[in-house]
Ligand binder design. Structure first.
Ligand code: NAP
Ligand code: HSE
Length: 426
């Protein structure tokens, strides 16, 4: 049996996991595939670095050409991260007719179209399962298993670091910085955790999922993004009293006015399946016109869960090479659909205000909402004193109206601050 040669670009958290899984399950994978997979070369920056795995030193190289131009490498696995030089290396591998497997959502969300064109030019495969939701095979599910459905919405908890932080803050009252440090130590967080906590990591992932679900190219810039840095322990507490948990959601929805694609914290009703997804776990909830609701759950980050998705793609690429069936599942963006601006969406909203505590204040606040056709579902005074904390929940309203009401509130002398506004996903 001829083996299929694998070249790996990067041997950090994910690269190490891929190498480990390929070694540990070598015989099983060979039996399933009908041929062994052989790691031929691994590109790193520093060949002398201690990596916590046993491997032949001659496998390591700092020369990209040793992977990209080696005729013995049929599949290039990009697990370096970032845009450059990953983009150049992937394009070069594809130009040599090598299939590419990547875990890189930055690259797929920004350069996906260019990479698919590169793959189409030589008939090579480009797989990217691990770029969204780590070990959950949601890309394959949307592209293959649910391909008979018109997908109506995809809602995901797709960033493990922020879910870990919000869960620990909620369950243990832990403080933000300590939990973030823990997430970094466990290898969940990105090298620059700002990308996690500001919502950009999730934005890249929902752009990829929306592109697949709605067959239209959704770029990173199309995604409205808010992170979790403004969430305070009191928001978590008040949300819980109202029967909700706070989650960072990636939401992609097809509406008659276009596609909605957004990432922001949201209040999720305690009974919803997404509310029970805690710790570093991810979940992707979908609604299809035939299947109805489905939810896929698992570890969205970390060495072995991510490696599971990468190795699944390597096996698919190797099978296609063996069966001469490459490029059966290429780019699926064959339509062009408009993306709705955030001001056009409709939602319910939670607001936390700090206001002067005296008679008549509430009437002024209610007036600002009424003037902008925003109907209130609940108003609760949480603290008293010279300044009181008010929590309000609106009925469903267009975001433009809510924003206009908030502008009016900010001008009221009785409103000290609009401390937080969080959308409620019913
Ligand atoms: P990482 O731990 O920082 O590892 C990156 C590896 O790439 C390192 O081995 C580094 O070499 C190598 N590298 C980086 N730039 C290079 C360059 N210019 N030339 C040669 N080698 C270079 O990153 P990671 O956490 O494994 O993530 C890899 C990719 O997987 C990223 O796209 C990430 O978004 C994605 N991903 C990660 C996770 C996760 O849980 N970590 C989950 C899903 C997807 P040295 O070791 O010599 O420095
Ligand atoms: N930093 C990401 C997360 C993992 O926390 O989910 C890689 O996608």
């Amino acid at each position: 049996m001829n083996s299929v040669g694998i070249g790996i670009l990067g041997l950090g958290t994910v690269g190490r996991g891929v190498y480990r899984v390929l070694q540990k399950n070598r015989e099983l994978i060979a039996a399933r595939l009908g041929t062994p997979l052989e790691v031929v070369k691994i590109l790193v920056r520093d060949t002398g670095k201690e990596r916590g795995i046993t491997l032949l030193p001659e496998l390591l190289t700092t020369d990209p050409a040793a992977v990209l131009e080696d005729p013995g490498v049929s599949i290039v696995v990009e697990v370096m991260g970032g845009i450059e030089p990953a983009r150049r290396y992937v394009l070069e591998a594809l130009s040599h007719g090598k299939s590419v497997v990547t875990a890189n959502k930055d690259l797929m969300a920004v350069c996906g179209q260019e990479l698919f064109a590169g793959a189409a030019a030589t008939g090579a495969d480009l797989f990217f399962e691990a770029s969204v939701a780590g070990g959950i095979p949601v890309v394959k599910i949307l592209k293959e298993a649910l391909a008979g459905n018109r997908i109506l919405e995809v809602i995901g908890i797709i960033n493990g670091t922020t879910n870990y932080i919000l869960s620990k803050m909620s369950d243990e009252g832990a403080d933000f910085d300590t939990v973030l440090r823990e997430a970094q130590e466990r290898g969940y967080a990105e090298a620059d955790p700002a990308s996690d906590i500001e919502g950009l990591d999730a934005a890249r992932k929902i752009a990829i999922l929306a592109s697949i679900a709605f067959n239209t190219r959704v770029m990173l810039d199309d995604v409205y993004v808010e992170g979790i840095t403004k969430i305070r322990p009191e928001d978590i507490k008040y949300a819980r009293e109202l029967g909700y948990v706070i989650k960072l959601l990636g939401i992609a929805r097809e509406t008659p006015g276009g596609i909605e694609v957004r990432v922001h914290p949201a209040l999720v009703r305690c009974g919803h399946p997404l509310a029970a997804v805690s710790d570093v776990f991810n979940a992707v909830f979908t609604r299809g016109d035939a299947v109805g609701e489905t939810m896929f759950y698992g570890r969205g980050a970390g060495e072995l869960p991510t490696a599971s998705a990468v190795v699944g793609d390597i096996i698919a690429a190797a099978r296609n090479i063996r069966c001469n069936a490459r490029r059966i599942l290429g780019c699926t963006c064959f339509e062009r659909k408009p993306v709705r601006p955030i001001t056009a969406i409709e939602s319910c909203y939670y607001l936390r205000l700090r206001v002067i505590d005296r008679p008549g204040v509430l009437a002024g606040i209610a007036g600002a909402f009424g003037n902008n056709s925003v109907s209130l579902a609940a108003v609760i005074q949480k603290t008293t004193g010279v300044v009181a904390e008010l929590v309000l929940v609106t009925h469903r309203v267009r975001e433009a109206n809510l924003r206009a009401a908030v502008e009016e509130l900010r001008c009221l002398p009785t409103v000290e601050t609009v401390a937080n506004i969080i959308r409620v996903e019913e």
